[in-house]
Ligand binder design. Structure first.
Ligand SMILES: [Cu+2]
Length: 138
């Protein structure tokens, strides 16, 4: 009986953790259409996205510690872990980021045309971690 209750408690805790992990806050410029396209992509992939419009993205990126050389248009923060998602990173790559707490953030620098919210993935979209090391290719 005790083991059974423990199992239930564990299952409840881990589903809570999962819900927290899929919640994120995205900062975007009000005039950015592709940013909204990416938010749609994330929501369609099961993420709970709170979008905040701000015309001072440079200050947001500085506050969150996004390396200037890796910056893109919008910036997302995973609510539960504080990990950063910079730019048009595919949802599958965000899940990979969530699986590795040692990675502070991942970026799709610039405005790549082969990224969600911009266009179709073509197998050549490379993301990098905040140290500039390759993180994924899709
Ligand atoms: Cu964009």
């Amino acid at each position: 009986m005790k083991i059974w209750l423990t199992a239930i408690a564990f299952a409840a805790a881990s589903s809570l953790a999962q819900a927290a992990d899929s919640a994120m806050t995205v900062y975007q410029d009000p005039s950015c259409g592709c940013c909204s396209g990416w938010v749609d992509h994330m929501r369609a992939s099961g993420f709970e996205v709170k979008a905040i419009e701000t015309s001072n993205m440079a200050a947001v990126k500085q506050r969150l510690g996004v390396p200037v050389a890796l910056s893109s248009c919008h910036t997302g923060v995973i609510d539960g872990t504080g990990q950063i998602v910079e730019g048009h990173v595919p949802a599958s790559v965000v899940r990979k980021l969530l699986a590795d707490a040692s990675v502070k953030g991942v970026a799709a620098p610039g405005m790549p045309l082969n990224a969600p919210g911009m266009g179709e993935l073509d197998g050549n979209l490379v993301t990098v971690d905040f140290l500039g090391q390759p993180f994924s290719r899709d």
